[in-house]
Design a protein around this ligand. Sequence first.
Ligand code: SF4
Ligand SMILES: [Zn+2]
Length: 99
Amino acid sequence: MDMERIMVESESPVLTCMVLDCSYNTEEICHAGHITVGDDHPRCDTYTTKSVSLDDAMPCVSKCMVTHCYFNREMDCHASGITVGGHVDHADCMTSRQS
Ligand code: SF4
Ligand SMILES: [Zn+2]
């Protein structure tokens, strides 16, 4: 079986993001293509207010460093989908659960 295809299939989609001031956000949809999350705290590290180009593909978690999360297996997210929301002055994965 094709390894690259397996890896893509294991990526968790970013279903919605409520962080409207992120440059990748339009109407609660993330247009980053891929995001990275964590490490100790489930922060969206892809959040930015700089000028970016938008990707129309379904956004996915390419890597998550929150190894204590229930959905994390070897830094891959295995949640069926995640939601991102604001926390203080940054963006967090709201789907993260302590394992
Ligand atoms: S905060 Fe993260 S998930 Fe939300 S739109 Fe920006 S890059 Fe995407
Ligand atoms: Zn936070």
